[in-house]
Design a protein around this ligand. Structure first.
Ligand code: ASP
Length: 332
């Protein structure tokens, strides 16, 4: 059987990190270049042919549209390249769910795109990077992987971009979880088992990749927080434009102190798009009767950071009708 041809797009993160001491806690993310990484991977005798390209080599705390743009462009080229069967993106874990979701919304599903990271640097004792990488290559080379949107492989689990969440700051066990769906496949270097079939077969990109990313801050609600926070976040200041939308990381099911709710309702009337999400780890926020009067959108199963990405992409694509925005959150 022909070996699948996998393009590896490297962006840095702990998977490319080095501590210089197998026992150390501190390390630097984004130190190993893609050529060296592929040379190390090559020695494992994987059933895949790998080529690579360095898009960035940074800690993913600094990743955003400036890296997403060349990454998206490189993946689009690979989608059109008959010499590439699947794409693996190496990435820091801190913002992997955001990159995965931004790509998921803006890429066609023709070929598998798999993000992968590591919780421990490459030279740490018990490093998880190379195993996660081998698993990701296994997934990207599988014919059944396409039609499921962008995927994230961590540990021996495959998560869909819209479900993937980083839920632990340390340790390799269950650092990521899928919500509301759990994992959609289990993978090891030698086996891959999908749960259910692909659901987006043959689809093109759902949205155009934004040329400009509108400003959408996240308001983190907490006990006793006053309404002044809204103007601090939403108004133009220090060279930043006025916000086009705001995502509330609400308490419980997307709730917030009365003063903030009233101030947001006033601004929503004037055109600010307000999305209610939850600061609760596994929080579903459904529409409530007041949402119609307050002109609010319910984030449903998306956490605040993903709700922010979806709202930015929608606004950049000219979607401003509240019913259309709610429909996109109902079916992300
Ligand atoms: N700070 C690192 C990053 O996101 C953490 C990791 O990759 O696990 O780049």
């Amino acid at each position: 059987m022909n070996k699948p041809r996998i393009l590896v797009l490297a962006t840095g993160g702990t998977i490319a990190g080095i501590a210089g001491d197998a026992m150390a806690h501190d390390y630097r993310a984004g130190q190993i270049g893609v050529e060296q990484w592929l040379a190390d991977a090559d020695r494992l005798g994987m059933a895949a042919r790998l080529t690579g390209r360095q898009i960035a080599n940074i800690d993913s705390k600094d990743i955003g549209p400036g890296v997403w743009e060349p990454l998206h462009r490189a993946i689009m080229q690979a989608m059109d390249d008959p010499e590439v069967d699947g794409i693996v993106v190496t990435h820091g874990t801190d913002t992997a769910e955001e990159t995965a979701f931004a790509l998921d919304l803006t890429l066609p599903v023709a070929k598998p795109v798999v993000l992968v990271g590591a919780m421990r640097p490459a030279d740490a004792v018990g490093s998880d990077g190379m195993r996660n990488f081998v698993n990701a290559v296994r997934v990207a080379g599988d014919g059944d992987a396409s039609g499921r949107g962008v995927l994230l492989v961590m540990g021996d689990r495959v998560l869909a971009a819209r479900d993937a969440r980083k839920v632990r700051t340390r340790g390799t066990d269950d650092a990521f979880r899928g919500f509301p769906r759990g994992g959609i496949a289990l993978v090891t270097p030698s086996a891959l088992e999908w749960f259910g079939s692909a659901w987006r077969t043959g689809e093109g990109a759902r949205f155009a990749f934004p040329q400009e990313w509108p400003r959408v801050p996240v308001l983190y609600a907490c006990a006793g927080l006053g309404p002044q926070i809204v103007s601090r976040l939403a108004d133009a200041r220090d060279g930043e434009p006025v916000a086009s939308g705001i995502v509330v990381a609400g308490v419980g099911e997307g709730n917030m102190p009365e003063g903030i709710e009233a101030e947001l309702a006033r601004r929503a009337e004037a055109g600010l798009i307000v999305v209610r999400a939850s600061r609760v780890d596994e929080g579903i926020v459904d529409r409530e009767p007041e949402d119609t009067a307050n002109r609010c959108v319910a984030a449903r199963a998306l956490n605040p950071q993903k709700a922010r990405i979806l709202l930015k992409v929608l606004l950049a694509n000219g979607v401003t009708d509240l019913a259309a925005i709610q429909a996109a959150f109902d079916n992300p």
